[in-house]
Design a protein around this ligand. Sequence first.
Ligand code: FNR
Length: 389
Amino acid sequence: MPTMNLVPVTSEDYRRIAERKLPRFLFDYVDGGAYDEATLRRNVSDFARIEPKQRVMRDVSNVTTNGMLAGENCEMPLALAPVGMGGMLARRAEVQAKRAADAAGVPFTLSTVSICALEEIASVSSKPFWFQLYMLRDRAIVQEILDRAWDVGVRTLVFTVDLAVVGERYRDVRNGIAGGASAWGKLRAGLLSYLSHPQWAIDVGIKGKPHTFGNLTKYVPAATDPSQYREWVGSQFDASVTWKDIEWLRGIWNGKLIIKGVLSSEDAHSAAEAGADGVIVSNHGGRQLDGVASSISVLPGVRDKIDGRAEVLLDGGIRSGLDVFRAKALGADGVLIGRPWAYAVAAGGEDGVENLLTAMRRELTVAMALCGVDNMNDINSDLVVARPR
Ligand code: FNR
């Protein structure tokens, strides 16, 4: 177990620091999952069952982790996943994470429900980023948000489909921040004490500051309180979405379209048929339906079903560069990380995220070298053995 003053290296190191630094309700919001958190745990533990196969006496003097994600060159096949309200974890945290992603040469994904708006993220640098969409009932708003995304240079849209209803996360319930208006009264009180520390200048419409709920601020009718924002967003989530809506999206979005939240071969097939450029095998980091399969356990089936028709990405449980190697070996074209960057930005801001990404890339390089491969295309299932649970 790392001691307090050691330099953080791993995702777990950042997690421990984040736990000390953040108020309980915010740490739990990031760290927790649905119900008993079985899927959340399995996402991580199923990676540990996959043994890399050590191979020797191959020329690995020139290992490169470079690869392609959604048609973009990346310094490793990893992107930062969308984390809603991620901007609360440090001052303008999404801006800090975007800067770190730029420095590490990997894509950053901005959530629909971010704190920092598309335009603010775009102002950080000219490097493109990805935007994640939740379908809203008011399609005119969706259209306008997508136009805004396009105008600031977004070319990859991540459409999240596993939130037809919001999963029950009991830590949030226990902390009093899940549920209706009274819960939001408690959150507001929690936020007020949190924000009384000058370190956290987060504009969430309290203490007389204007609301800056990222992308959606301008659409929320006359919100004077965070609870109104939350209620409006809740009422806008559209549970009636089907594969037919992809046609509509395709009609208004000219960039890449990646469907996030596929956990079965059947849905993977439907996504490919609907013309998605990619799918993200994901259970929302164990935050939606507890008990469902871990992402890594369903990856090979999804990969087979897609059969090259679309890119196959995966998130859920990636905690190291070695996990990136394992996911690649089992057929992922690339991966995303959610909590690891959230912990790192809370613990160490931009530097924290950049250092975490550097460490993960180093781990990936070492894993490749000691398994005898020097480039991404040569990582395949011969390089791992899956041990039974
Ligand atoms: C998320 N996730 C998420 N996904 C999404 O499509 N839109 C969102 O706004 C959010 N918000 C969000 C908040 C928090 C606090 C977490 C931890 C996660 C899910 C996220 O994109 C990703 O699927 C998981 O985090 C991946 O699992 P790991 O890497 O956290 O294990």
